[in-house]
Every structure is written in C-alpha cells, then in structure tokens.
Design a protein around this ligand. Structure first.
Ligand code: FAD
Length: 405
C-alpha cells in the first residue's frame, strides 16, 4: 500500500489525509499540537470547496455546522450605503452549491479528521512533531517527536501541510517569495448583530483609512458571532499593545454601527499579513500544500479554500501516478504548475486587488473603485464573471485547461 506522511492537521492537512485515504493510500497524519487548533481564522468555504468536501463524504456534516451566505456586499463607510451586492445564485448552472458557507476552519478540520479516523489505513497522531526528513529515489524517511521520544517512519511520499512557517518548506530550502504588509490586521469578534442594519452575512466596507471586512460565523449555533477585520497603523507607528488597546479599537469601530461598542467585543486579535508563494510546490517525493506553499490576506476568503483545492489536486495526481509510474514525473510537475499558477494569477492577484479596492485613497481611485463595483453588480454578465472569479471556479477551470489570466 502506498504510504503518505501528511504533516499538519489544519484544514488542508486534514483534507489531504482524507482524500488520500479515500483513494486507498495508507496515511500517517502528524500534528504537533496535542489537540486540533481552535483559533478564530478562516471561516468562508467557497462553492467548489463545499463540492470537494461533499465528494469526500463530509458534505452533510459540514453543511449542518455552517451558515449559508448566498450574497456578499460592498459598502461605503463614509456614506453608510450599499455600493454593490453580489449573488452566488448566479452560479446555479455552474455548481451544486451556489453559496458560500460560513464554517470556522477548526470545524472543517475537526469534521474531516473525524471521518479520517474511521479509515482503517489511516493513523492520526496528535502531539507529534515532524523534526526532520530525508528522501531517496525510492521513498522518504521522517523523524517525528512525541511525549514518548523520537521515532523514524518510512513512507513513499511526504506532504507538508504545516502552515506558513512550514518546517518542510524551510528544510527543502524553497524560497517563500513575496512581501509583508507594513500594517497588521486587527480582528475583532463581537456579538453585535449587523444583519439588523441590512448587512449581508459577508461584507466589505470601503474607506481610505478605516476599511473593514465584516462577516458572520456560526460559533456554537444561533445567534452566532461577527468578525470585523481592520487595518492598523504600520508597525513602526504603533505597537501591538497600542493597536489592541481600548482607545485604538474604539476609533476603528466608531461610526460603523450605532449600537456597536467596546462592551460587545468578545475577542481581539492582531496579526501580520503576508503575500507569498513558494518558488516550488514539490521537490522529489516531497510536496507542499496550503499555507506552507502560499499565504495571502484574508480579503475574499481564499486562503483555506485554495489550500484544500491543492490537496484535492495532489491526491488525484498521486492516485494517477500509482497506475502510471512512467508518467509520475509529469503528473507531479503538473501539480506544481497548476497550483502555483492558481496561487499567483488568481489568489495573490485577487487578494491584493481586493485590499487596494477597499483602501482606495485618492478621490479618483475611490470613485473608480465604486463605479467598477456598481457596474459589475448591475450588469448580469459582469455580475456572473465577478462571482465566477470570487468563488475560484474560474481559476480552477482555467488551470486545468493550462490557461493563466
Ligand atoms: C485572521 C485570519 C482570517 C482568515 N480568513 C480566511 C477566510 O475567511 N477564508 C480563507 O479561505 N482563509 C482565511 N485565512 C487563511 C487561513 O486561515 C489559512 O489559509 C488556513 O489556515 C491554511 O490552512 P493550512 O492547513 O494550510 O495551515 P494551518 O491551518 O496553519 O495548519 C498547519 C498545521 O500544521 C501544524 N504544524 C506545523 N508545523 C508542524 C510540524 N513540524 N509537525 C507537525 N505539525 C506541524 C500546525 O500546528 C497546524 O495545525 C485567514 C487567516 C487568518 C490568520
């Protein structure tokens, strides 16, 4: 039985493990944390990702744990008005799931790992860290560490789904090319209900200095929680402590919605945001998938999604390679080419553009951004093009045809 070691039990490693197990591989999934991480991060599943999770057999469970978000809005903060509303319903001919699903990433990982544990040839090892590995023409050898000491395991392939600071990527000496934004992103979680003010479940609010992304997450069931993402001052202008202090936070939320105050906040988080893509997604028998291969700002909800898409693409290639050993090199090169193209030409391009649109500073840039949004939402053909791209359906179709943008 072909044996794969998957490193990391985030949403990508979990999906990688289950996709391989479902295709008849032996899977060892190692996760350094003793329990599945539950920090508030990604929460949006795009339609093709819901489709893929459905194919893995966890669709009903994921749907039951999520919140349907058929529409998303762009709003103008200063004028307090809706500029454009986009509807995933335009995709009803293109996908079985014409909506985004708000479902926190730890629920995605938890659901998928629960299914993986039922696979007889899969082993999920929490509290187990990949320390180092080596590879030859015939396999990989990985040293893992846990409470009982260290151990060496042999496998045919190793897949690094070990996040932005990936040990696997660094061990291979693969460059992580791109940049870090000077500002950090402030994420506030609140019980305040924005639906009552006509917001959608997912919203992007334009403003030259206080733009924000605002979306609902199901939490433990109704009424759910809302997450608000704001930019902060650059690192050399305000410390982390200052950005998380009441005065700073109050200024960010002021005027967003009359009823929203500091007392409604249940969590504050600050993080650095990178736009980076690995120079290679594969070296020999070792692969990168998810954040270990590409990281981006969260505007558009694409990071977790494109990582799960990497996992599905790689599982198919590894499966085909078992039956076509002479074609394995070409298949693995295709994984690298397809997924790097998707990461650069779609996810990086779209997330960078999304941020520029929200923060457009000069009156001309701002009016141009607002006009583009209105025109795109009001014209049915443009509307559909917009949601095809925002949902990653366009990118997925083009990379398999070998077309970049
Ligand atoms: C605030 C925020 C909001 C976001 N919002 C969205 C969103 O709305 N939509 C979206 O699509 N994306 C979003 N993202 C991005 C998303 O969170 C990531 O793209 C996603 O977590 C990537 O999943 P992953 O499985 O690749 O990596 P991770 O979730 O980082 O998982 C990596 C795992 O590997 C483990 N690990 C690391 N090293 C080792 C080792 N040596 N041995 C064993 N285990 C190891 C880690 O413990 C971790 O569990 C957001 C990110 C942030 C920070």
């Amino acid at each position: 039985m072909t044996h794969c070691i998957v490193v990391g039990a985030g949403p990508v490693g979990a999906s990688m493990g289950l996709a391989l197990a479902r295709r008849g591989f032996r899977v060892t999934l190692v996760e350094q944390s003793p329990h599945l991480p539950a920090d508030p991060r990604a929460a949006t599943l795009q339609p093709p990702t819901v489709d893929m999770l459905h194919e893995l057999g966890v669709g009903p469970e994921i749907l039951s744990r999520g919140l349907l978000a058929p529409k998303f809005q762009f709003r103008d903060r200063a004028r307090d008005e809706i500029v454009a509303e986009f509807d995933y319903g335009m995709l009803s001919d293109e996908t079985n799931f014409a909506f985004a699903l708000q479902c926190e990433q730890f629920k995605v990982a938890d659901t998928v790992i629960t299914a993986l544990r039922t696979e007889p040839a899969a082993s999920v090892r929490l509290g187990t860290r990949l320390v180092e590995f080596s590879q030859s023409d015939s396999g990989v050898s990985a040293t893992i560490a846990h409470d009982a000491g260290t151990e060496v395991i042999q496998a045919d392939y190793l897949i690094g789904c070990d996040g932005g600071r990936s040990t696997v990527r660094k061990s291979l000496g693969i460059a992580f090319e791109g940049f870090t934004y000077p500002e950090r992103f402030l994420v506030l979680t609140t019980t305040h209900d924005f639906l009552q003010r006509g917001f959608a479940i997912r919203n992007y609010v334009l403003d030259p200095s206080q733009w924000c992304a605002l979306f609902k997450v199901p939490d433990n069931g109704p009424p759910g929680l809302w997450r608000c993402v704001f930019p902060t001052a650059a690192t050399d202008q305000a410390s982390d402590t200052e950005c998380l202090a009441d005065a700073y936070v109050a200024a960010q939320i002021s005027g967003l919605d009359a009823g929203l105050g500091l007392g409604d906040l249940v969590h504050r988080n600050l993080y650095a945001v990178n736009q980076r893509v690995a120079a290679k997604f594969r070296q020999g028998r070792v692969f990168l998938a998810g954040d270990s291969a590409h990281v981006n700002n969260p505007l558009g909800g694409l990071g977790m999604n494109s990582g799960i898409h990497d996992a599905m693409n790689l599982a198919d290639k590894l499966d085909q390679a078992r039956h076509d050993r002479t074609g394995a090199e070409a298949l693995f090169d295709a994984y690298d080419a397809e997924r790097a193209t998707l990461a650069r030409d779609y996810v990086q391009a779209q997330t960078i553009q999304n941020k520029k649109r929200l923060e457009a500073r000069t009156p001309e840039a701002r009016e141009a951004a607002l006009a583009e949004l209105r025109m795109s939402a009001n014209d049915p053909a443009r509307h559909k093009t917009w949601v095809m791209r925002a949902s990653l359906i366009e990118g997925l179709r083009n990379i398999t045809k070998g077309e970049a943008v």
